[in-house]
Design a protein around this ligand. Structure first.
Ligand code: AQP
Length: 328
């Protein structure tokens, strides 16, 4: 049995990238493991947010987690800010991280580039993420490729404290899926698909309508050569669509190359769109049945209290070891 933790930021509706790279794997990991799935709202405020929209997106994300197949009887589903131990351990871990190592994080560099005012939280987000993971004695963290560097930092800070104070933390492994770990933007296929991309055409959101999904895929950037084969360097747009199609249809990239090699981009894109619609439709149906129910609040209340009961034990162990409070 493994202990599994993963989180998604409620910065917008999750994208097809979030789904194929991470969320899709969550339900099957529930079997035989102890899973914690979190709505990491404190991470979301590292960049400016509209407060009303943020409340709505938190609720939406909870319904999406359930709609993809998270079973609250098997997994703990909760909101980060409702479990105070996250911010408490996050602060402690900040004190054991170095500014230099945080400044080297690619996500910090990307998100702060060209901005006049960058929040301190954007820099200190990785120690909070480390706290999220370490509080639950997590062995395995399923994430997309963009989180690999933050996971390395989590392992480093855990080992740093373990070396100084004895075995305080389980040092977690990262699980990055072999395909789908980096779904690319539909407009600029050399950069990753992202919730916060300003260009709405670049991103498919899990709740997009059939019409929008089809429109976005049909206008996805490709190249002028009409042949369909997988080559990330020469054909990033087509390779991204092949990844998406393969994951949504269950067909291998090889089979898709053989099927579409000489068919031209038009019919290929139509079929990719259909596969994406068929993947997202059942999730959307479940989502719309759930979003207005009281059941959602009960599940989240229950999740927060289960998470807190585990998290406070880790926090107490750490505080005692490093000398906080009166009791040695
Ligand atoms: N393009 C992607 N392909 C595959 N996996 C991805 N993930 C993110 N983008 C892709 C994975 O989705 C999970 C949740 O991500 P997050 O909400 O923690 O934030 P993020 O990694 O910063 O993702 P976004 O979509 O780019 O959000 P914003 O725009 O708010 O920063 C993670 O496991 C992530 O690896």
């Amino acid at each position: 049995m493994s202990i599994i933790f993963s989180g998604v930021q409620p910065t917008s509706t999750p994208t097809l990238g979030n789904y194929l790279g991470a969320i899709r794997n969550f339900p099957e990991l529930q079997e035989g493991n102890e899973c914690y799935y979190c709505i990491v709202d404190q991470h979301a405020i590292t960049v400016p947010q509209d407060s009303q929209l943020l409340h709505e997106r938190i609720r939406k994300l909870a319904a999406i987690y359930l709609a993809v197949g998270i079973d609250p009887n098997q997994s703990t589903l909760f909101i980060q800010s409702e479990v105070p131990a996250h911010a408490q351990l996050g602060w402690i871990l900040q004190c054991y991280c170095y500014i230099g190592e945080l400044e080297r994080m690619t996500q910090f560099k990307d998100k702060s580039k060209g901005k006049d005012a960058v929040s301190t939280g954007l820099l200190t987000y990785p120690p909070l993420m480390a706290a999220d993971i370490l509080l639950y004695n997590t062995n395995l963290v399923p994430v997309g490729a963009d989180q690999k560097q933050h996971l390395e930092l989590t392992r480093n800070v855990a080992e740093r404290l373990n070396n100084k104070y004895g075995e305080l933390f389980t040092v977690p492994e990262v699980f990055i899926p072999p395909v789908g770990a980096r779904i690319m933007s539909l407009v600029e296929p050399t950069k990753k698909m992202s919730k916060s991309d300003d260009n709405q055409k670049a991103t498919i959101f899990i709740l997009d309508s059939e019409k929008d999904i089809t429109k976005k895929i049909k206008s996805a950037t490709t190249d002028s050569d009409q042949s369909i084969y997988y080559d990330k360097e020469q054909k990033p747009g087509i390779s991204n669509l092949l990844d998406i199609y393969s994951l949504c249809s269950g067909k291998s990239i090889k089979d898709l190359e053989n099927e579409y090699r000489d068919q031209g981009y038009g019919s290929f894109k139509t079929d990719v769109a259909e596969a994406v619609v068929n993947t997202l439709k059942p999730i959307q149906e479940k989502y719309y049945n759930l979003i207005e129910t009281n059941q959602l609040d009960e599940i989240l209340d229950d999740g927060a209290s289960k998470a807190q009961s585990v998290a406070v034990k880790t926090l107490a162990r750490v505080e005692k070891a490093i000398g906080l409070g009166r009791h040695s």
